[in-house]
Design a protein around this ligand. Structure first.
Ligand code: ADP
Length: 233
């Protein structure tokens, strides 16, 4: 197995124990996402999507198999090292409702940098650049309650990118948005993934957004398979 940058999930299974019952949430799932690649994972409720994303982001340990993030095998890392990998290598685009209510847009980004170390002048400059790229230049001093749903979600995208992680993970990033805003948000994620060479995985129910992705995988009963793209770019 050659280790490249990006995300490699190799024959990963995940079991949960519910009393005496063993639930197979993931069944020998393999997935490689290269830098600059944007993949979607679709599947019904309970099929294993959240579990897959949590394992890809080093939030949860696989029961079997290998997870490799930016050439680092998670299996080899201690519980002490995992949070550091999460902070430096993984950007989660969370639901907009996860913004901190008492921080303005720029500070939403700088607090992430502060958690990872000291905020230097170039870190602040990078945060400002990201916000400009995402059309938020005029909103940097605004608080979440002053933003539209789309602006909040774009702030969440910028926040996920601020540590320059190698992988980007997102679960239903357009859940609370109307069609127009949903398209804008996903097209911006796709653009950042390409321009900044991130390996990105998006879990979604929304078939309309799949045209922005390079590959679409389906998951059912914990089994992942590549799906044909119905729509064209
Ligand atoms: P999805 O995100 O597609 O809805 P999940 O990854 O949340 O699917 O769940 C996959 C399966 O694992 C489901 O059967 C779910 O009930 C089960 N599951 C998820 N988390 C836990 C847990 N912490 N304990 C026990 N079972 C769980």
């Amino acid at each position: 197995m050659t280790m490249t940058k990006g995300l490699q999930i190799v024959s990963v299974s995940k079991y949960y124990n519910e009393g005496s019952e063993r639930i197979t949430a993931l069944d020998r799932v393999s997935l490689t996402v290269e830098p600059g690649e944007f993949v979607a994972v679709v599947g019904p409720s309970g099929s294993g999507k959240s579990t897959l994303l949590a394992i890809a982001g080093a939030l949860l340990k696989a029961s079997e198999g290998e997870v490799i993030i930016n050439r680092k095998r998670l299996f080899n890392l201690s519980d002490k090292q995992l949070p550091d990998i999460r902070l430096r290598e993984v950007g989660f685009i969370l639901q907009a409702s996860n913004l901190v209510p008492y921080l303005n847009v720029l500070d939403q980004l700088l607090i992430v940098k502060r958690m990872a170390g000291k905020v230097r002048a170039e870190d602040k400059a990078f945060a400002v650049k990201l916000l400009e790229e995402l059309g938020l230049a005029a909103k940097m001093k605004c608080y979440p309650e002053e933003l539209s749903g789309g602006e909040k979600q774009r702030t969440a995208i910028a926040r996920a990118l601020v540590n320059d992680p190698s992988i980007i993970l997102t679960d239903e990033p357009t859940a609370s948005l109307d069609t127009k805003r949903a398209h804008k948000v996903v097209s911006l994620i796709a653009r950042e993934v390409k321009n900044r060479n991130k390996a990105a995985v998006m879990v979604t129910h929304d078939e309309r957004l799949l045209a922005y992705c390079d590959k679409v995988y389906r998951i059912e009963d914990g089994k992942l398979s590549l799906a044909e793209l119905a729509s064209t770019h």
